[in-house]
Ligand binder design. Structure first.
Ligand SMILES: *[C@@H]1O[C@H](CO)[C@@H](O)[C@H](O)[C@H]1NC(C)=O
Ligand SMILES: *[C@@H]1O[C@H](CO)[C@@H](O)[C@H](O)[C@H]1NC(C)=O
Ligand SMILES: *[C@@H]1O[C@H](CO)[C@@H](O)[C@H](O)[C@H]1NC(C)=O
Ligand SMILES: *[C@@H]1O[C@H](CO)[C@@H](O)[C@H](O)[C@H]1NC(C)=O
Length: 389
């Protein structure tokens, strides 16, 4: 999910304020140093085995987000969360929230819950489906109360883990079939940092499939090699991008063609909690120019574009974003034409929203790209891996 803290009132950033602060305060080298266990720890450290968590698909005409169950507290209460590579904290609906329609966590029923008691708010640009991505309409701010409790994912147990209880939320979140968000940023935090310190390999993998395919899953601490057939191609995260999953791209192809605007270096953020694609306005315009002159900005929802729904299905719109592997060879990640239509706009159902939203100055891809690959998010080695499925 595309998130940021309102407090900072910077431009929109794809990382929470905490991520940002950590990224600025922590030099790049810490990540490598933290992988060297002190000698006394190495002796008593026992390896943990990877676990796989099944994921359900939040589908509203198009695949939006994938979510699965974790448990929180003692005795454990089930909480469904989006595993979100675009944020870094854990937050979920609680019984303190009278207007949350989702299943709620009751902290009074957990003997291990610690109320830290700091209140804050977090703002999510949900970027799912037919929604504006720019403008106040989607900027919704659940109110949070900080705490700590035991968090378990697929049977891996992380005691005393920082979390946030949602105490208030705006109606925009009411349709969400999940209760919260588990941030899975490129710096190990929360439950993931805990299980890595207990000996789990510092990586996770996502198999995000279309609803019709099903069997989506998250593997924590490993790679499910039964889910892909091609070799895995790894690419290193560029320096200085902190907790944000980012790869540098030298160019973009649309239907096999590129242009001077598209042949430019850009850092692309990978956000499993978002289904839309975001590019700066000039890039979005250059991509659409290679697809159809009939794709135009949709004034009612700034940042979005649309085209008559009866024209969209036949449009070739293959978008290949080039990256560079660790061995220096180029590879493409391709969003197929089938992803172009996001569905009809509510204010004009004859116009269908197209996948890419203009968003200065950010390049970000999510579920609509990730569901065509098996992806490995290697925190320990600061790299991402992709294989065709
Ligand atoms: C989550 O747990 C509930 C039962 O508590 C179950 O009905 C649901 O299928 C589970 N979801 C997934 C994705 O495993
Ligand atoms: C839980 O974590 C907090 C914050 O890091 C720490 O102060 C506290 O001692 C921990 N409690 C236990 C029981 O480990
Ligand atoms: C990436 O896609 C473009 C456009 O289809 C193609 O020309 C190029 O050869 C591809 N690159 C690789 C490494 O496959
Ligand atoms: C976005 O980038 C353009 C072109 O580089 C620049 O003119 C503009 O000020 C930037 N906008 C923001 C909000 O940073």
């Amino acid at each position: 999910m595309f998130s940021f803290k309102r407090l900072l009132s910077l431009c929109l950033l794809a990382v929470s304020a905490e991520t940002l602060v950590a990224a600025q305060a922590v030099p790049q080298t810490i990540q490598l140093q933290s992988r060297v266990a002190p000698a006394h720890q190495a002796l008593r450290r026992r390896a943990l085995n990877p676990v796989t968590v099944p994921l359900a698909d939040f589908f509203l005409g198009t695949d939006l987000q994938w979510f699965g169950n974790i448990t929180v507290g003692t005795p454990p209460q089930t909480v469904s969360v989006v595993f979100d590579t675009g944020s870094s904290t854990l937050e979920f609906a609680s019984t303190l929230c009278s207007d949350c329609p989702q299943t709620k966590f009751d902290s009074t029923k957990s003997s291990t819950f610690v109320d830290v008691g700091t209140t804050s708010s977090i703002t999510f640009a949900t970027g799912v489906g037919v929604d504006p991505v720019v403008g106040a309409a989607i900027i919704d701010s659940p109110t949070l109360r900080s705490g700590r409790d035991t968090v378990s994912v697929g049977g891996l147990i992380a005691p005393n883990t920082s979390l946030f209880l949602i105490t208030d939320q705006t109606p925009k979140f009411d349709i969400d079939p999940f209760s919260g968000i588990q941030g899975m940023s490129a710096r190990a935090q929360g439950f993931f940092a805990s299980v890595v310190s207990q000996g789990l390999p510092s990586l996770f993998s996502l198999f995000l499939t279309p609803l019709a395919v099903g069997n989506a899953e998250l593997t924590v601490g490993g790679i499910d090699t039964t889910k892909f057939t091609t070799p895995m191609t790894f690419a290193s995260l560029p320096a200085g991008t902190g907790a944000t999953w980012t790869l540098n791209s030298p160019q973009i192809f649309v239907n096999g063609k590129t242009t001077s605007v598209l042949k430019a270096s850009r850092n692309v953020i990978f956000d499993s909690g978002t289904s839309n694609v975001l590019f700066p306005t000039a890039t979005a315009n250059a991509i659409y120019a290679l697809i159809s002159p009939d794709i135009v900005p949709h004034a009612a929802e700034p940042g979005t574009y649309g085209i008559a729904c009866d024209l969209i299905d036949t449009l070739p719109a293959s978008i290949s974003i080039e990256f560079t592997s660790q061995s220096g060879t180029p590879f493409n990640l391709t969003i197929p034409s089938s992803e172009l239509s996001v569905g009809p706009f509510s204010d004009n159902p004859a116009i269908c929203q197209t996948l890419i939203n203009a968003f200065d100055n950010l390049s970000l891809v999510g579920g609509s790209l990730l569901k065509h690959y098996y992806s490995v998010w290697d925190v320990g080695n600061q790299r991402m891996g992709f294989a065709a499925i």
